[in-house]
Design a protein around this ligand. Structure first.
Ligand code: SF4
Length: 176
């Protein structure tokens, strides 16, 4: 019960886990409500893909215990759709987080991530080792959220596509 309580008390959702894998600074900024996401084309594109997915499924955008939201449930699978497989590790972690959260509630599912650009689907299973990994990630996410200020800018390949790019690199541009 400890892990479920921690996640709910800190309001940790799938987006936190995804951002954790991409950039700790992005995770911190998002959690503190500094959101520039709506202005970003890539995010809007993602929203359109989500809205059009799984037309045959009635259960979409399911909110579990008011704590986290999953795209869809399709039989024994939780399904997520992503535009491309560029963030595979973050996508896998996010899916494992959902599977783990369901498992804590006695619901055993596997995960399917569909990458629309590459037209491929990946199956994810919540093994004991993966449960350990998810718990480790949740603990690390909480450490980042407890920081009094955002982690420093650390350039990663994803930066130029990030909604916070202008925010993180504004100083750098001023110095040019
Ligand atoms: S621009 Fe780069 S450093 Fe800044 S939040 Fe995004 S990924 Fe992190």
């Amino acid at each position: 019960m400890k892990w479920r309580d921690w996640v709910e008390r800190h309001g940790i959702g799938g987006v936190h886990i995804h951002y954790y894998a991409l950039c700790k600074r992005k995770l911190w900024l998002y959690d503190k409500g500094i959101t520039l996401e709506n202005e970003h084309d890539r995010v809007l594109e993602g929203k359109v893909v989500h809205d059009k997915s799984y037309p045959y499924l009635e259960q979409k955008e399911i909110l579990i215990d008011n704590a986290f939201k999953i795209d869809a449930i399709d039989g024994e699978y939780v399904r997520e759709v992503k535009i491309s497989s560029k963030m595979t590790e973050a996508d896998r972690l996010q899916m494992l987080f959902y599977l783990y959260q369901l498992d804590l509630r006695g619901i055993r599912k596997k995960g399917l991530i569909s990458y629309t650009k590459e037209r491929r689907t990946e199956e994810i299973e919540l093994t004991e080792q993966n449960k350990k990994r998810v718990r480790q990630v949740i603990a690390e996410v909480m450490k980042v959220l407890d920081m009094p200020a955002p982690p420093a800018v650390k350039r990663v390949s994803y930066c130029t596509k990030c909604a916070y790019y202008g925010f993180c690199y504004a100083m750098e541009r001023d110095e040019e």
